[in-house]
Design a protein around this ligand. Structure first.
Ligand SMILES: [Fe+2]
Ligand SMILES: [Fe+2]
Length: 389
């Protein structure tokens, strides 16, 4: 049996790692590839703001889930402390005494191999599989390998890998700028966004794809319109445009869910309901949508609030809350009597537009025999009082 050992920090694991794993399985004819995230790398500190070891392990499991013959092992993380390869190799050899072991590494690691702890013991237990973009044609690398072979009787094989413009460092830098997604699997990216790891903020295109998949297809046009209107209003009134975009994209994501699912989501996200809401699914979508935005898509409290209050409004709304409430009301697909006046007002005096919106909502409900929500009545009272000052 041939077993490969692929260690690293995997901070985060990216497609460069998974492709290298695939290529090594093929090139070396491995029966099994152990992917082993380290607890703490021996020579360097983990980058500041890195997730804990358990989270890196989880991300690594997600990244390699689809890669044949790989198995992600928690042995170094469980062992804790600095992770020395020699200790790991001894453990693997004890577990698989008859297996031929291949230790996988990049060329940078090969070049400093003689600095590794007990490197001679490592070479006595395992052959070295070295990922090299050009298949080990570089002279310095070739001679480093030849040295190890000559001096210590090591076995070195180069594994040709595809060039990928990704490194964990550059991905960590890209994530807060809503970039870097193309170097990660969808599962890993989703987990990073959900956990707000590395200061990541969701890429808008990805967020739209996720949101639209949750909508009744008929609602997509409205959501597209709402996003655009929200950004325009945010620009006009000095709200954060990116947050307005997030809230616009996500504000209706649970709209098609029935009451029992709405209630389940409220339970899950700890949303407390009043008597009216417990029986009216329509009112709940803003709250459950806010819950998903915050806990699954990593949105902050401001975006959470804007989605949470977009149906009823409330007293003393914040700027982003006002922007989303209004964008939902007047986005370009809306067509009702008075919408043009409301649109004009929204760009002239946001509070007066809200006052008009609350009034129209209340009148509309009353005329249809629906009791308006107390929050909306409170919102109208509050904003009217503001205009009388
Ligand atoms: Fe809505
Ligand atoms: Fe909406």
């Amino acid at each position: 049996m041939k077993i490969g050992i692929f260690g690293g920090t995997f901070n985060p694991p990216h497609i460069g790692h998974t492709r290298a794993a695939q290529e090594s399985v093929k090139a070396l004819g491995l029966d099994k590839l152990l992917v082993i995230p380290d607890a703490q790398p021996p020579h360097k500190a983990l980058a500041e703001g890195s997730p804990d070891a358990g989270t890196r392990l989880e991300l690594t499991r997600l990244a390699f889930a689809g890669v044949k013959r790989t198995h992600v092992s928690d042995m170094e993380i469980k062992r804790g402390g600095r992770s020395y390869t020699v200790d790991t190799l001894r453990r693997v050899r004890d577990k698989y005494p008859d297996a031929k072991l291949w230790l996988l590494m990049g060329t940078d690691m090969l070049m400093c191999f003689e600095e590794w702890r007990d490197f001679k013991a490592i070479m006595s237990m395992a052959s070295l599989g070295v990922f090299a973009r050009d298949g080990g044609e570089d002279e310095a690398i070739k001679s480093a390998a030849a040295e190890l072979e000559k001096k210590y009787g090591a076995t070195v094989r180069f594994i040709e890998t595809e060039e990928i413009e990704a490194s964990s460092t550059s991905i960590r830098q890209a994530l807060p700028k809503r970039e870097g997604r193309e170097f990660l699997t969808d599962e890993v990216y989703g987990a990073i966004i959900k956990g707000r790891l590395y200061g990541a903020r969701p890429e808008f295109e990805w967020l739209r794809r996720k949101a639209y998949a949750m909508l009744d297809p008929k609602r997509v046009a409205h959501v597209v319109g709402c996003e655009q209107e929200a950004v325009r209003l945010a620009r006009r009134w000095g709200a954060d445009e990116e947050k307005a975009r997030e809230a616009g994209i996500l504000h209706d994501i649970t709209k098609k869910e029935k009451l029992d699912e709405q209630l389940r989501l409220c339970e899950k996200y700890g949303i407390i309901l009043d008597e009216m809401e417990r029986h009216e699914g329509k009112l709940l979508h803003s709250k459950t949508g806010a819950g998903i935005a915050k806990y699954e898509f990593g949105c902050d409290d401001e975006v959470y609030g804007a989605i949470y209050w977009h149906t009823t409004g409330k007293e003393d709304m914040g700027l982003l809350e006002k922007v989303i409430y209004m964008a939902d009301y007047i986005e370009p697909n809306r067509d009702f009597e008075g919408v043009d006046e409301l649109r004009r007002l929204a760009y002239e005096d946001l509070d007066r537009a809200l006052e008009m919106g609350f009034r129209m909502s209340i009148d509309d409900m009353t005329s249809r025999g629906i009791v308006p929500h107390a929050r909306t009545l409170g919102a109208l009272r509050f904003i009217t009082k503001g205009s009388e000052k």
